[in-house]
Design a protein around this ligand. Structure first.
Ligand code: CTP
Length: 414
């Protein structure tokens, strides 16, 4: 699936609010992702930020006025609306929300909005009482019923001194929501369980056995699945990543904890993707107090095996469930990954050589080969983990469609 912001025509609407400065950063992020962005500013927005910054960053003149002498803005709004792949209004004030909900077209942005047919992401930002007021809430409900996507404002201390919902989400969050708006919902109604990150096995209260897994691959799969409309549960070991939006995140530490939560969620899941780097062993009896080095020159750790969570999932797997594993290897990728696919009863395994540059733990890119149940293998070129996540989900979707057909045929026989 071709997803993402790259090469998309995005219209950024900026209204008059304290948070207007954040839309400059949003524009920078959109450009960095390869979008072509045009900016429409309301008159009040110009009181907060000058158009020059937006013009310099977008490379296009900003549309501020339907009747400007200097440009053909009066027809531009129609052209821009028909060329737009998506529209984001950030910050969206009570005023533009009211106008859009009621079909009022009295300036460049509100007039443009009536001509838009692409997905719209609205990012409300205002004083808490204004945001929670009945007219604004009613207008937001109306807009949601028209298909607008509303980015929930953050809660916290606002510029006006009040505390509560009304804060414009940070630009990376808006970018994430916009990416979701541009992604077809081909996994709608599917329940996907993903594990990510390392596990930690306690030696004593201040030490543990672990591995360098950053969780990036699993988090990328969770974000991609959520963008594609799935209901996502992410069970993660300790990592340093922000929670993906709109995803149920369960944080665990040890392999035993991970196993117990995974088994709790297993039955209700249509798809399970196990990217987690689970510790194979744990200290038999973690010390209750910090182990002192004393005058010993050597020490021995007694380890016991952790349960292989994926193998157990493979044993319990029902016909309608798709199970995907990951294999991090240092040699003989095909043989090792193939063995895991077979022994753990998987539908697919993504294997990679962790000792290759640009591949493996903590990197933003990876080079994986997908091994399928029917014996085919699919080597992918080195690419970003977000892209890999989408290809992996494309293959999962193919398997779901195939499985549905088979199960329908079986049902028809009875
Ligand atoms: N896995 C698991 N539970 C374990 C170990 C691994 O669920 N106790 C899962 C991982 O999440 C991954 C797959 O099994 O999806 C392969 O993990 P990997 O660490 O590559 O291999 P192992 O099965 O542990 O085998 P080995 O250590 O011998 O390579």
């Amino acid at each position: 699936m071709k997803t993402g912001i790259k090469n998309k025509n995005i219209i950024l609407g900026v209204c008059g609010g304290i948070a207007a400065y954040k839309s400059v950063e949003l524009l920078r992020l959109l450009k960095k992702q390869g979008a072509d962005v045009r900016v429409i500013m309301t008159k009040n927005a110009l009181e907060f930020v000058g158009p020059m910054t937006f013009e310099a960053l977008s490379g296009h003149a900003v549309c501020k006025d339907l009747f400007a002498d200097t440009d053909d803005a009066s027809i531009k709004h129609i052209e821009w609306a028909s060329a737009a792949d998506a529209v984001v209004i950030a910050p969206a004030t009570a005023n533009i929300i009211g106008k859009c909900a009621n079909g009022i077209a009295d300036d460049a942005l509100s007039t443009f909005m009536l001509a838009v047919t692409s997905p719209v992401l609205l990012c409300p930002s205002m004083n808490t009482n204004m945001y929670l007021s009945r007219p604004v809430q009613k207008n937001l409900e109306t807009l949601a019923s028209y298909g607008y996507v509303i980015a929930e404002p953050g809660a916290g201390e606002l510029a006006c001194g009040t505390s509560g919902p009304g804060r414009l989400p940070d630009p990376p969050e808006i970018l994430d929501r916009l990416t979701g708006c541009l992604t077809p919902k081909d996994l709608k109604d599917k329940k996907i369980l993903i594990t990510a990150g390392p596990t930690r096995e306690a030696i004593d209260p201040v030490r543990f056995i672990s591995n360098p897994s950053s969780g990036k691959m699993g988090y990328a799969v969770a974000r991609a699945a959520e963008h594609r409309g799935a209901s996502v549960v992410l069970i993660t070991g300790p990592v340093n990543l922000p929670d993906p939006m709109n995803v149920t995140v369960v944080k665990v530490t040890s392999a035993q904890e991970m196993a117990s939560v995974v088994f709790d969620y297993m039955e209700q899941s249509d798809v399970i993707v196990k990217t987690a780097a689970v510790s194979d062993f744990r200290p038999k009896e973690p010390a209750k107090q910090k182990i002192k080095k004393g005058d010993k020159d050597e020490a021995t750790l007694f380890l016991v095996k952790n349960q292989d969570i994926l193998k157990e999932l493979g044993r319990r797997k029902k016909d309608h469930q798709i199970l995907v594993g990951f294999a991090a290897e240092t040699e003989e990728l095909e043989r090792n990954a193939g063995k895991k696919l077979e022994e753990k009863n998987l539908d697919m395994i993504a294997g990679n050589l962790v000792n290759h540059p640009g591949s493996g733990f903590a990197t933003d890119t990876n080079q994986v080969t997908l091994f399928h149940r029917n014996g085919t293998k699919e080597p992918l070129s080195a690419m970003g983990k977000d892209e890999i996540a989408h290809i992996l989900l494309d293959r999962v979707l193919d398997k779901i469609i195939l499985l549905d057909r088979v199960l329908d045929k079986i049902k028809a026989q009875f």
